[in-house]
Design a binder for this molecule. Structure first.
Ligand SMILES: [Zn+2]
Length: 466
């Protein structure tokens, strides 16, 4: 039995919680729609069992309901480990919640009690799943009260968050590449450099322009499942339309793709982090140093003038890698479909689709493929930046988001299925080259001074398009 002297305290808390629940009702009713967690809330570091200040005020009919969201979902071989935050503005009682995988209940359990009203509780747990891509949802099944449990009443459940999640992708890397991979260092200024020798904090690295130097500080990255290459950089702008330059757009898309893989718990590394020259040979060196399953170079096309009824998306794959062809065929489907949901005065050429482009010797023309013959590499050309109508789309954040998602979706499909894609692939010889991507008159960025990498580039393409 609780001592009688606690009763006034409980009464006070009950009144306070009622007041707290009513206050939001006097605010803008429209705000009731915005209960999804922000990215910031998701990223809030919170120890298990700790209180969180991160819950948005509850509004409207849910004012006294439990709610929550996932903080992270980490892949295992046949399991998913999640962290979530749950809370109830009107109670400190334990909250029953369920994890649904592809619509089926995979886990029903209960949080520990919160330390006070409107305090959130962080939980973590693991559910077993089949290998592959899943939709994982968090459902708040009801509030547990002493002596009378609403547990198990699924009809009272409310789905509060859903995320795409994947198990650990099957390893498609070549053992010979992995055996020689020495990792990369992100230098103090943010430049990614492949390690060629030395020891920790005394690394021998290759600079972007191909010089070998010693680096004493930086963040070492041993491996990445995916390497994303942001095409061009520095004096090599790539295609241009108005103020929108391909080198900047490539970086924006590459950055978005990296974030999406990292959200899935899949390691991914970008080759270029800022506006500096990066010859193809060094890009290949970065990929080989990380031994990824796939090496994807992001580009946006230039030159076509032929009017087309749908996007002229082009994907190039490696002549010597069958899995590179399969990856290209799948990405052609996902990326073309992503572009085609928007309206533009599209242009294309006969090379639209997934294809191999050869030089006069019958080898891969592009160094991205030729320098990494043991890695499944592709080059993506989502749409034509040189076409003003398409450039207007490419500068938009929603189109950038759709493109990045289509790349991630395609890679997941490549990993988890045996789909071959419907773009049959075409071999053609075209030795004409832009003459860029080499080491001639290359100027290295500083590896130590300033912040070369990621200095406010997040919306650069969009800003440039205005
Ligand atoms: Zn390009």
């Amino acid at each position: 039995m609780h001592s009688r002297r606690f009763l006034p305290l409980f009464s006070l808390l009950a009144v306070l919680s009622l007041v707290a629940a009513l206050i939001p009702l006097t605010q803008t009713p429209l705000a009731a729609q915005s209960q999804l967690p922000t990215a910031e809330q998701r990223n809030t570091a919170l120890q298990v069992g700790q209180r969180s200040p991160g819950l948005a005020p509850a509004l409207g009919p849910w004012a006294r309901s439990a709610r929550g969201h996932f903080q992270s979902i980490e892949p295992g071989a046949s399991s998913l480990s999640f962290r979530a935050i749950l809370g109830d503005r009107g109670s400190s009682q334990p909250i029953q919640y369920q994890i649904l995988v592809d619509g089926a209940v995979a886990l029903t359990t209960t949080t520990p009690p919160a330390r006070g009203f409107a305090q959130a509780v962080a939980v973590e747990n693991t559910v077993r799943v089949s290998p592959g891509i899943h939709e994982v949802c968090l459902r708040v099944a009801g509030q547990q009260t002493a002596g009378r449990q609403s547990v198990g009443r699924q009809s009272a459940g409310r789905t509060v968050d859903c995320e795409q999640a994947v198990t650990t992708p099957p390893d498609r890397g070549e053992p010979s590449v992995e055996a020689n991979a020495r990792g990369v260092v992100v230098s103090p200024s943010g430049v990614v450099v492949p390690v060629v020798g030395g020891t920790t904090n005394n690394w021998r690295v290759t600079t972007p322009c191909g010089n070998t130097v010693t680096l004493r500080n930086g963040s070492f990255i041993e491996r990445a499942r995916i390497v994303i290459d942001a095409g061009h950089g520095g004096s090599e702008s790539g295609a241009v339309s108005g103020r929108l330059q391909e080198k900047n757009l490539n970086l924006v898309i590459a950055d978005l793709v990296i974030d999406k893989f990292e959200d899935l718990g899949i390691s991914a590394q970008i080759t270029r982090t800022g506006d500096y020259r990066l010859p193809i040979g060094t890009r290949a060196g970065i990929a080989e140093a990380l031994a990824p399953d796939a090496f994807i170079s992001i580009h946006h096309n230039g030159g076509a003038v032929r009017r087309a009824s749908s996007p002229g998306t082009e994907i190039f794959y490696s002549e010597v890698r069958p899995e590179s062809q399969r990856l290209a065929a799948i990405l052609y489907e996902t990326m073309h479909a992503a572009a085609d949901q928007f309206d533009a005065a599209w242009v294309d050429t006969v090379n639209r689709g997934a294809s191999v482009r050869l030089n006069e010797n019958g080898d891969d023309l592009f160094g991205i493929h030729r320098f990494t013959p043991q890695i499944d590499s592709i080059i993506t050309e989502f749409a034509y930046l040189s076409n003003p109508s398409e450039a207007a789309l490419l500068g938009r954040a929603d189109v950038q988001e759709a493109q990045a998602q289509s790349i991630v979706d395609g890679v997941l499909q490549w990993w988890f299925t045996n789909d071959s894609g419907t773009s049959l692939g075409r071999r053609f010889t075209d030795p004409s080259s832009s003459g860029t991507g080499g080491f001639d008159s290359c100027t290295d960025p500083s590896l130590t001074a300033g912040t070369v990498g990621r200095f406010g580039l997040s919306n650069l393409a969009e800003q440039a398009a205005r």
